[in-house]
Ligand binder design. Structure first.
Ligand code: DLL
Length: 434
């Protein structure tokens, strides 16, 4: 039987819908958002210049900085009486960035999450423990709305209080868990320590809000006996659910009836051909309160040109490989934390836990680059020689992957501070030191 629904719309129909919605969004934003109107005027453009989807490439970009400059409500396209919720996230300079939603926006958000859950076989019979933080962060309430929409029983745990999380999972017979990949790694360890894996009813995990690798996926799936799926999003564009994996676990389907994705060269801002790696840019085409046009996410990834075996016509994005702004420059070399994680997990297997920290400093005008990696309890040994041997192997592998030398320290199990939200992987002490 042919699959039905918006996720399976023939491509021509989907693109016709996108064009109509794009034109409406551009016209509304031009009329209501001063920052966008000014940038269009500077380029000599009018909303009527958008005649095809290709014309998107003519439009001005928008940036995280805009949200700071127009803090808190200056980019809203609806009067505040029509806005029913705000969320906020940390900005790069400390000032929070604020986004708003009308009731229609919240309904669309719920729909995006609900479609992902349904595609994974989650139903009204499931019990979904939402262990993303609730509050101004979009994770908790974002997953909550979609889970409720499909009629599942929602357990709104928020993050933190790990023993209670696990007890709740057991007592309430949670079948689906949603949280950050770092937090589920921690939960997995605690489950193991408590010896309660066989009391869990979990079958599916939905993890996102930070980068994680295929290696981490394997470990999570093993530790909890579940299938682990990736979900992506950012506050400025929506929150979680801009894209998410299907049962194929091979890229995240962008909800293209609501968002148009482009990949650009972050330096020249030129649009790159489908399949190239570059910076992801999103345009929202249905949002009312906080429309974004050509928003530069700073996330580096690629769009996957091939059609997904699941049958959905919506494009997939690969796992983000880092951000143009979390990229570290160490002794002149560009390094992403995810590259270091890849090396560690590949080289060390079960000898380490996925908890690591990168510490950068500057001594005598030179960058120092230290990587602290936690040994797994099974490898933690008195045999100093085997520890030193593994440290040397990591150093060599990092050098061949990155082209620079690092000091690697294998540290005792449990000695790296655990995170209940996003892991803090990089400690950069170089600021102000030359
Ligand atoms: O992290 C929204 C979210 C909540 C997504 C829960 C998924 C699950 P922000 O706090 O605004 O929003 O951070 C957005 O986090 O630009 C990416 O750099 C990163 N990110 C989000 N999801 C993923 C993912 C939420 N699945 C920023 N893989 C984004 C890699 C991700 N990075």
């Amino acid at each position: 039987m042919e699959a039905k629904g918006i996720d399976f719309l023939p491509r021509e129909e989907l693109e016709a819908l996108q064009l109509k919605r794009l034109q409406e969004t551009v016209a509304r934003s031009y009329e209501r958002v001063e920052c966008f109107r000014r940038r269009m005027d500077e380029k000599g453009l009018k909303p009527s210049d958008v005649k095809s989807l290709q014309d998107l490439a003519k439009l001005p970009f928008s940036y995280k900085k805009d949200l700071r400059d127009y803090y808190p409500y200056g980019l809203f396209a609806e009067p505040l009486e029509n806005v029913v919720r705000v969320h906020a996230s940390s900005g790069t300079t400390g000032k929070r960035i604020v986004v708003g939603y009308t009731q229609n926006d919240l309904d669309m958000w719920d729909d995006c999450i609900a479609r992902m859950l349904t595609s994974l076989g989650v139903t009204a019979e499931d019990r979904i423990q939402v262990s993303f933080g609730y509050g101004l962060f979009t994770g908790g309430l974002g997953l909550h709305g979609g889970a409720q929409k499909i009629g599942a029983l929602v357990i709104p745990m928020s993050s933190g209080n790990t023993p209670l999380q696990i007890q709740t999972m057991i007592d309430f017979e949670a079948t689906v868990l949603c949280c950050t990949p770092s937090y589920v790694m921690y939960l997995g360890e605690e489950v193991q320590k408590m010896g309660v894996k066989d009391q869990l009813k979990l079958r599916i995990g939905i993890f996102g809000a930070e980068p994680w690798s295929e290696n981490m996926r394997e470990k999570i799936e093993d530790a909890l006996g579940i299938k682990a799926y990736d979900i992506y999003g950012l506050s400025e564009v929506l929150g979680p659910g801009v894209s998410g994996e299907c049962p194929e676990q091979a890229g995240m389907h962008i909800r293209e009836d609501n968002f148009i994705a482009e990949i650009i060269d972050p330096d020249t801002e030129e649009v790159l051909p489908l399949g190239s790696e570059g910076e992801l840019v999103f345009t929202s085409i249905t949002k009312e309160a906080f429309p974004v046009i050509r928003y530069r996410t700073r996330d580096i990834c690629r769009l996957i040109p091939e059609r997904c075996p699941c049958g959905s016509t919506h494009l997939r994005m690969g796992k983000p490989q880092g951000r143009t702004d979390d990229m570290m420059i160490i002794r002149g070399v560009n390094v992403f934390p995810s590259q270091i994680e890849e090396v560690l997990l590949k080289v060390c297997g079960d000898k380490i836990t996925p908890n690591y920290q990168i510490v950068l400093d500057r001594v005598n005008h030179n960058d120092t680059f230290d990587v602290n990696v936690e040994m797994s309890p099974s490898f933690f040994t008195d045999d100093i020689k085997s520890i030193e041997k593994l440290e040397r192997t990591i150093v060599e592998s990092l050098r061949s992957a990155l082209g620079i030398g690092a000091k690697v320290h294998l540290v005792n199990p449990q000695s790296i501070v655990r995170s209940e939200g996003k892991a803090k992987r990089v400690i950069d002490l170089r600021k102000g030191k030359i």
